[in-house]
Design a protein around this ligand. Sequence first.
Ligand code: GLN
Length: 399
Amino acid sequence: MADVSLQPKHFLSDKVEHFTESVIREMTRQAMLYGAVNLAQGFPDFPAPAEIKHAAQEAIAHDVNQYAITWGAKNLRNAIARQMKLWQGISVDPETQVTVCCGSTETMISTLLAVCNRGDEVVIFEPFYENYGPDSILSGAKPVFVKLRPPAAADGEWSFDEHELRAAFHAHTKAIILNTPNNPTGKVFTRAELELIRDLCVEFNVLAVTDEIYEHIIYDGTEHISMASLPGMEDRTVTINGLSKTYSVTGWRVGWAVAPPHVTNAIRKVHDFLTVGAPAPLQEAGAAALSLPPSYYHSLATAYCARRDRLLPALTEAGFHCFKPRGAYYVMTDISAFGFADDVAFTKYLVKEIGVAAVPGSSFYNDPRDGARQVRFAFCKRADTLDAAARKLMTLRPK
Ligand code: GLN
């Protein structure tokens, strides 16, 4: 009799059959392997603000070295509530509506685990940040994808079809995941678009789970609007954010959810048993970060705009068609001009032969064929890093 314990899948959950490891993070490993300039994974290669590094050092020196309250240090929760009021006019009770987790990544999966039952459907715009697919699967939900279409005109916006979106909502829909400003497209959802989504959430009794991690990285006079600030959404929105992108500390792993009290209770329970808590000294430093003056956010957006405007012309000159981002720090490009079989073949060539790592577009789509002509570059990098990438990209030859 065959020994079932020796069969390859015997010890594994069925769930892990349905997704692969992150391609974004794999591309970082490839960049290291080939010594390539890493424009793949979205993390800054420049320092975090001195004040907040100092606050972290001080917290450790003052022995903030044991567990914080599982749902977040009081100082940080208070600062999060203050910021929600200041930027979005949303009143938040830090005692009953805020949960601090290990990055917005844990926050998202804790939220989905807290709200989804097997058979529930979760609406996701695609292209989407690759975590949302596995997050849905791990929480037992079925993702239902709605297309964001690239702009036809050079200066246009990514858009969705209202009827397609409506068709994605039905009785089993539990939640919609919305990421604005958006990774990977750079789309910043307008008030009119958010209102349309709001109306569907209300009609179908659906929760909005919004990833707003790029909130302060916006360009060209666009405005970031939190879904929770729309009338009718205050009791049906989970707003996810974190320190990583706004304060250039992706390795600190501090993120949070702001949600109605009964949803917060459920998220806190999952979070408690998943990770107990986010790093205590870094939560104190987070409170200091959230107390930086408004000028900090203005400089952040201005500096990112300059990085965008440095990389995009270089990509265009090298033969890429760029879809200009209005927010976040990525640019989706069309690679048709290079005549490769697909995005994966192209990014392999790019990292190995040209020396630049990027993310194949297919990682952001449910059906890989939909992203076969697209590649994403991250521009959260120093000017000299972007210039080094640009020099290498000039050696590419469009067909
Ligand atoms: N958000 C970043 C990206 O899309 C990476 C985040 C991560 O790897 N955890 O590249």
